[in-house]
Write a protein that binds this ligand. Structure first.
Ligand code: URA
Length: 204
């Protein structure tokens, strides 16, 4: 558990939490994953970005948002002028959940019970990083951060308040854009950028 004493230095505390998530078996997902994928970025980052869970490439490389969804995210933040190394990037769930189809590992959405079991790790990251604001990508992240079910399509692009007073901006997960109707991809991307741009002031 994460309730053991943590080092006073946030960077050291985050490193200890990272090692603890790798060993975590509080839900069944960790047993099958390659490793945990913990958050990445400076403690004290003004903006914390929260995704759902690592994907196939993140699981193999041990870093968040480095696969196709991460590449789309990187493109967007590049257009917004957000340096990725100024962000603390993490996920609501720390291990990759998948289903084997032949040799392919197909992403499976974590259950609410699994996300709830993992929540204390995210709360520990928030306590160490102490961001000024949180960007929640998709319903799993939004629910974890806001502590309630979130209808992403009606609550997107708006600032919400988390249970401890956190400022939380909600938008779609980049994977939703990758899966979306190709005929509407450009407008969906533009609307997503517009949502994200509402957090630009946090980084200034
Ligand atoms: N999708 C996520 O939610 N997080 C990642 O790290 C990668 C893909």
């Amino acid at each position: 558990s994460s309730s053991v004493s943590l080092p006073a230095d946030p960077a050291d505390a985050l490193a200890q939490l990272r090692r603890a998530t790798d060993r975590c078996r509080e839900c069944p997902i960790g047993e099958h994953a390659t490793q945990s994928v913990f958050g990445e970025g400076p403690p004290g980052a003004a903006l914390m970005v929260v995704g759902e869970q690592p994907g196939d490439q993140e699981d193999l490389r041990g870093r968040p948002f480095v696969g196709p969804a991460g590449q789309l995210f990187d493109r967007a933040i590049g257009e917004l002028g957000w340096p990725r190394d100024a962000l603390y990037v993490t996920n609501a769930v720390k291990h990759f959940k998948f289903e084997l189809r032949g040799k392919r590992r197909i992403h499976k959405t974590p259950t609410q019970r699994e996300a709830a079991a993992c929540l204390h790790w995210l709360e520990s990251e928030m306590a160490q990083v102490r961001p000024q604001a949180v960007l929640a990508l998709g319903a799993t992240a939004a629910r974890a951060v806001l502590g309630r079910a979130v209808a992403v399509m009606s609550e997107r692009g708006q600032w919400h308040t988390g249970p401890r007073g956190e400022r939380v901006l909600v938008t779609l997960h980049p994977s939703a854009l990758l899966r979306g109707d190709p005929a509407h991809r450009d407008e969906a991307y533009a609307a997503w950028l517009d949502d994200l741009s509402k957090a630009t002031h946090v980084l200034r």
